[in-house]
Design a binder for this molecule. Structure first.
Ligand SMILES: NC(=O)c1ccc[n+]([C@@H]2O[C@H](COP(=O)([O-])OP(=O)(O)OC[C@H]3O[C@@H](n4cnc5c(N)ncnc54)[C@H](OP(=O)(O)O)[C@@H]3O)[C@@H](O)[C@H]2O)c1
Length: 312
């Protein structure tokens, strides 16, 4: 059990994942949670991160800060996704080790797996084939972050856990077209179509790609569970273990938003990896499972978008 007074640094607490983790730890009664906005601490800056660790002396670190984006941003900015993410995670992980942090949680992504992975994707498929080109820069950074933690454990006994979540969605997600992921982008398109009375919604790709989704509150619950119970440096998949085609997802969101028009598919846009569904038997065997159904989670996200729409 982590002491409720322990100093826990949640890096990236303004983001979708970090804010969910902050809410979860607050709800569990933790009273010494440390946060910094990007303006207060740019995690790409090694010296600033070193000074922060030396001054604050966090005992636990949850690394939920990263440059994150949808397929379009990933394709256009592969250099920045590789560079900024390696800078952020190198500083967070290596400086945590140097400053005596008791345990660090690194958040990777299911993008780390080879594009042609057999499905469902098991943890041991890492580095068994070429990556999906659309998010290669991001994936390479995530693999490097995981390996850095793993090697620090192997060489010096640093206590690090790494989680590879599937596609996440939920509270505080991005809805802007540059940075949003598929689910929130579809929620926006369908809500806007209902509001404007549009007869058709155009969606990217062919709709054939299949993805696995997890509500961010479930991910935060998994982080909490694994910070308490998981002590292995080998990474662990975190997901629902169930996938859905983008075509089916669009149909579900259309129904939940009340959109009654037609859906067209823009085949000039990429699908990304054809299928991405993880094997979650390792985390299931550890005793964790998600609670939020896709339909409930999307219903909540639609309500949030409608509330936030005027500010986006
Ligand atoms: N979203 C998903 O579907 C998904 C899936 C799997 C894994 N993950 C992982 O979960 C983690 C969080 O993702 P997310 O979806 O929560 O992303 P997000 O909403 O974009 O949040 C990322 C956070 O990191 C902060 N950040 C970025 N660069 C920074 C810098 N240089 N210095 C300080 N802070 C910086 C951002 O600050 P600002 O608020 O100032 O921008 C933001 O608060 C990432 O490691 C990601 O790889 C996400």
């Amino acid at each position: 059990m982590i002491d409720k007074n322990a100093k826990i640094f949640i890096a990236g607490h303004c983001g979708m994942v970090g804010s969910a983790i902050l809410r979860k730890f607050e709800a569990e009664g933790y009273i010494n949670l440390i946060t910094r906005t990007r303006e207060e601490l740019d995690l790409r800056r090694q010296e600033a991160v070193e000074q922060f660790y030396a001054a604050e002396k966090p005992e636990y670190v949850i690394a939920a800060a990263a440059r994150v984006g949808g397929i379009d941003a990933n394709l256009k900015h592969r250099a920045e996704f590789l560079l900024e993410n390696t800078q952020i995670q190198n500083n967070l992980i290596y400086r945590a080790y140097l400053n005596g942090v008791k345990k660090l949680c690194f958040l990777g992504s299911s993008c780390i797996y080879p594009a042609a992975s057999p499905q469902p994707i098991r943890e041991e498929y890492l580095l068994t084939g070429p990556l999906e080109p659309t998010n290669e820069g991001y994936a390479l950074a995530k693999i490097a972050g995981y390996k850095l933690g793993y090697y620090l454990h192997e060489q010096y006994g640093f206590n690090v856990i790494s989680l590879m979540p599937c596609n996440l969605y939920g509270t505080n997600d991005h809805f802007d077209y540059e940075n949003s992921h598929v689910l929130s982008a579809l929620v926006r398109r369908f809500c806007d179509a209902v509001d404007s009375g549009a007869k058709t919604v155009i969606c990217w790709g062919t709709g054939a790609a299949r993805r696995e989704f997890l509500h961010v509150d479930d991910l935060a619950d998994a982080v909490y569970f694994l910070m308490e119970k998981w002590e292995r440096p080998e990474f662990i998949n975190v997901g629902s273990g169930v996938d859905i085609s983008i075509r089916e997802l669009a149909g579900l969101i259309a129904r939940l938003t009340g959109f009654a028009g037609g859906i067209e598919w823009d085949h000039s846009k990429p699908d990304g990896m054809l299928r991405k569904c993880m094997d979650v038997s390792k985390i299931t065997a550890a005793g964790w499972k998600p609670e939020v159904s896709l339909e409930d989670g999307i219903t909540r996200l639609i309500a949030e978008y409608r509330k936030r729409k005027k500010d986006i």
